[in-house]
Design a protein around this ligand. Structure first.
Ligand SMILES: [Zn+2]
Length: 442
């Protein structure tokens, strides 16, 4: 309903604006030499007629395409007006240089200062819209409300212009808070969404000199493009004469953009011209190719692999209940890691091992006596161990320090500890210790 209303309103007015523009475009696109009283004026080099339906989104700050400008061509745009105190000065400065620009009007401002909108239009500038109340969260609000902002802004500007004119189908989203739903709606209405190629930060608390510096510096970096300014800002008014003067001095040319109508055909262009720097066979591409966007929307339709597909033997032991969580995710996993696996020894290797000799298990008579007497107390265990340590040292003739005569305090504590442990294990502990002693003496 909103869309039908828009189309119904726009159709006759485009004819009117087309006739008006047709009559004055070529006169307004005055080269500098034709600027009365200002022979050294910057002037407007040419008028570019665009069809919003063919190129619905422009401005490389956010979109792939921008206006089909030649090198050193600039399009001036001014947002948020009109505010008579400053906007009228901007009008005078532009007029002094015979420069034509595009103004993106806020509906609320058009309601407050309708004569300001008419002044802009009568001076031959293009009039786009910028929403009704300039909400900065258009990308977060319900699309119905965004539509209302767009429609109300257009209606307010149209009302300010009167019956014989209408705003151009150019829209700039407040704060450049782009949203696909908003852009889609604009495109469906035949309205072109304008971003920009570079701003001059004139809405920030910076000096006019800074606005000038940023405008020229960013333009120099890109070589051409759409400059975003704000005619309601005093710093922009202060910076604008110097910007225009410098544009002229550096050989830049101003392009005025108007919409195509049934009476005014779009300027013929080729698709690559709508890129800021189209690829060329003579210029090496210095950036990496973009990472493709993967679409996961259909991932849910993929069949989950079965365990037999994976050839995981351990997976067979998974019960349905255990694997339900994994199955929900479509990726059944084995309960145990697949590797490392222990490979069984070949049977012939196992049988080839030698049978231990009987004397390995022999216990000497002295030790047997101790075993038979048993060693239930920690004290007995403590005494037993040093006795055999001493014997070992003698038998082996090694350099091991023994406890003969003067037992080392640390060894005694270790022995006591061992004794405590042996007490806990009873006779079995003592036997184990003796067997270890026997092994060392071999
Ligand atoms: Zn704005």
């Amino acid at each position: 309903m909103i869309g039908n209303g828009l189309v119904g309103v726009r159709t006759p007015t485009w004819i009117a604006i087309g006739l008006g523009l047709f009559a004055c475009i070529f006169a307004q696109a005055a080269p500098a030499a034709d600027c009365p009283g200002h022979p050294d004026a910057l002037g407007t080099a040419r008028t570019l007629v665009v069809d919003p339906r063919e190129h619905p989104r422009i401005g490389t700050m956010q979109y792939a395409e921008t206006l089909p400008l030649q090198d050193h061509e600039v399009v001036l745009t001014f947002d948020d007006g009109p505010l008579p105190r400053n906007s009228n000065q901007v009008l005078d400065i532009l007029a002094s240089q015979c420069v034509k620009a595009t103004f993106f009007i806020i509906g609320r401002m058009a309601k407050a200062y309708p004569e300001g909108v008419r002044k802009l239009h009568d001076a031959g500038h293009s009039i786009g819209t910028h929403s009704q109340d300039h909400p900065l969260g258009m990308n977060r609000m319900p699309v119905e409300r965004a539509r209302q902002e767009i429609d109300d802004g257009i209606a307010s500007v149209k009302s300010a212009l009167g019956d014989d004119a209408a705003p151009a189908p150019f829209f700039r989203i407040p704060g450049l808070s782009r949203a696909e739903a908003v852009e889609d709606y604009l495109a469906s209405q035949g309205i072109q969404t304008w971003s920009a190629d570079f701003p001059a930060d004139d809405w920030r608390h910076v000096s006019a000199a800074r606005v000038y510096d940023l405008a020229m510096q960013r333009l120099e970096e890109k070589g051409k493009g759409i400059l975003l300014l704000h005619d309601i800002q005093a710093r922009t008014v202060a910076a604008l004469p110097r910007i225009l003067h410098e544009l002229k001095a550096r050989g830049y040319r101003i392009v005025h953009v108007v919409p195509a109508t049934s009476e005014l055909a779009a300027t013929p262009t080729e698709a690559p011209q709508w890129q800021l720097h189209p690829p060329s066979e003579t210029v090496a591409i210095s950036h990496w190719p973009k990472i493709p966007n993967f679409v996961f929307a259909d991932a849910g339709t993929l069949a989950a692999p079965s365990l037999s597909d994976l050839d995981w033997r351990d997976g067979q032991s998974l019960t349905l209940a255990e694997s339900s969580d994994r199955a929900r995710r479509g990726v059944p996993l084995p309960r145990q890691a697949l590797w490392p696996r222990q490979s069984p020894l070949p049977p012939d290797v196992a049988t080839a091992l030698p049978v231990p000799a009987q004397n390995v298990f022999e216990i000497r008579e002295g030790l047997r006596a101790v075993m038979q007497a048993g060693a239930p107390s920690s004290r007995r265990a403590e005494l037993t161990v040093p006795a055999h340590d001493e014997a070992i040292s003698t038998d082996a003739g090694s350099s091991r320090r023994t406890l003969r005569g003067e037992p080392h305090p640390g060894r005694l504590r270790q022995a006591a500890d061992r004794g405590n442990r042996h007490a806990a294990h009873g006779r079995r502990g003592a036997l184990k210790h003796l067997v270890q002693v026997r092994k060392r003496s071999v």
